[in-house]
Ligand binder design. Structure first.
Ligand SMILES: [Zn+2]
Length: 506
């Protein structure tokens, strides 16, 4: 019998300090339904979440007699909480497709897991509840999550298995989706999963959550070392504190096969380890003045190794606007040479540059119309070096193989500083975002990216980890957690509240 699997995706990482995420934000990136999804899947570089591509490929690779029943695939750049009416409309659209689908043998949901809506804290759980309502408890419901998911108890109880990314920068979306496919097949063959969930009150700044090394890497590696015939999956999600939601914080989710006991035992073990290691989740950044001095020195002395600096507080990949001017102001005032800064998201400046044409000299003003308290205006005399339409395929890291649409882009030059400007908000995580301007990254002395951590997987061929700096500037995604006015975060939480105490419930 052909197995029929409904596939849906509803993704958003909500930074509650950012402007509300609307239908337009989804339409810009991915909002497809029904046959549009299968049509998109057939393309060489689909704009679909990579998980849908990975799930589909694995089911086919397994030789499974199956049918993908497309529902809705909705994905937006990380941003503010989702508009409640749009959330409800999308939920209803999904429900309509599911009810019309007839008998189903499984449902695969692609979630980010840190969605917040303007009217509710836990829309991810609401999606799973809706699915259960339609298909009942006997049909496998498996969801994949971003490593920054804020997991809640209802999210764990409504699903059979939650499978979270293991990598940060995230490069294993397809692999985790493939794992979800294999788990679904195992369930069809009679395996019963038992999921155990523990919340740990650690809400670490994202810069301490890399998986190459550090406290979080140790936790992930420990969990993976425990996979066995009993233990089906270990997911440790770090959470996304900027959602400012009661469900923020680290989550340990362990799933065992057939017997619930091993899951519980291992989840308690991992949660206890995480808490014992909590002091390592603190991190010092490089002050802007030091970063500027370093960039100036690199411009003067070609014998010094080039470096990459991340403006981590203004990361569009975490809901940042990608338009703050602190670094650009400091570098241009200091007369830094050989630096590239980008991408500055400012469609008005990009349009002005396109009107003026390549080679033109003009004065541009970034953030002429500020939207957040961090959008300080900055006027600069620049030369238009290069204009593009910002349309290409990512070549390395997170965005490899994905179609990227930045809208009209411009490379501006102010003294010795090159500024890459784009129209659509996107973090600078792929070398193509700089190379599209005809630049050779190896020729640059300092590259400043508006990205928190995903740039590492895109630019590692130019900059080894020891030449990475994280700059301390104001912004919507600042790792300096004391900078924010938290409202809905459950306190105390570490490291924001140093005195926080916790013992594992057991
Ligand atoms: Zn993430």
């Amino acid at each position: 019998m052909t197995k029929r699997v409904a596939v849906l995706g509803f993704m958003l990482e909500s930074n509650n300090f950012s402007p509300v995420t609307t239908e337009a934000d989804y339409r810009k990136r991915c909002y497809l339904q029904g046959a549009e999804i299968t049509d998109e899947l057939a393309k060489a570089a689909p704009k679909l979440p990579a998980e849908i591509v990975g799930f589909n490929a694995e089911m086919n690779r397994l030789g499974q007699d199956w049918e993908l029943v497309p529902v809705v695939a909705a994905d937006a750049e990380p941003g503010g909480s989702i508009d409640q009416d749009f959330f409800m409309a999308t939920l209803k659209l999904m429900e309509g497709y599911l009810r019309a689908a007839g008998d189903l043998d499984g449902v695969y949901v692609v979630s980010h897991g840190a969605m917040r809506a303007t009217g509710e804290f836990d829309p991810d759980a609401r999606v799973y509840e809706m699915v259960r309502d339609v298909v009942g408890r006997d049909v496998p419901l498996i969801a994949t999550l971003d490593l920054h998911a804020n997991v809640s108890e209802p999210m764990a109880t409504e699903t059979d298995v939650l499978v979270a990314y293991l990598t940060n920068p995230h490069v294993d979306q397809r692999e985790r989706a493939a794992e979800a496919a294999r788990i679904m097949v195992e369930m069809w063959n009679g395996m019963t999963p038992h999921q155990y969930f523990i919340k740990v009150p650690i809400a670490a700044p994202t810069v301490t959550l890399l998986t190459a090394e550090g406290p979080y890497a140790d936790l992930i590696n420990y969990g993976q070392s425990k996979l066995s015939d009993d233990i089906l999956n270990v997911s440790v999600t770090a959470g996304f504190i900027y959602s400012d939601s009661p469900k923020c914080g680290m989550s340990v989710i362990v799933t065992s096969r057939n017997d619930p006991k091993p899951a519980r035992k291992l989840a308690e073990d991992i949660a206890t380890r995480a808490w014992a290691d909590r002091e390592r989740f603190k991190k010092a950044l490089t002050p802007l003045s030091m970063a500027t001095d370093r960039a100036a020195a690199l411009g003067r002395d070609p014998s010094l190794p080039a470096c990459i600096m991340a403006d981590v507080a203004d990361n569009p990949g975490g809901g940042g606007s990608g338009n703050t001017t602190f670094v650009t102001k400091a570098f241009t005032e200091a007369g830094v040479d050989g630096a590239f800064i980008g991408l500055m998201i400012d469609p008005a400046v990009a349009a002005e540059a396109h009107d003026a044409g390549e080679g033109a000299h003009l004065t541009v003003t970034f953030n002429a119309e500020p939207r957040t308290e961090f959008d300080e205006a900055l006027s600069l005399d620049v030369t238009v070096e290069k204009l593009t339409e910002g349309s290409f395929v990512g070549r390395r890291g997170l965005l490899k193989g994905r179609a990227i649409e930045l809208g009209p882009c411009a490379l501006l030059k102010c003294g010795g500083v090159l500024i890459g400007v784009a129209s659509n908000r996107k973090q600078c995580a792929d070398p193509m975002m700089i190379e599209q301007f005809g630049l050779n990254i190896a020729d640059l002395r300092t590259v400043v990216v508006k990205s928190r951590g995903h740039f590492r997987a895109g630019f590692d061929e130019f900059f080894p980890p020891e030449y990475v700096y994280e700059i301390d500037c104001p912004g919507l995604t600042s790792p300096v957690l004391g900078n924010f006015n938290w409202r809905d975060l459950v306190r105390p939480v570490y490291p924001l509240d140093e005195e926080a105490t916790w013992t594992c419930p057991g």
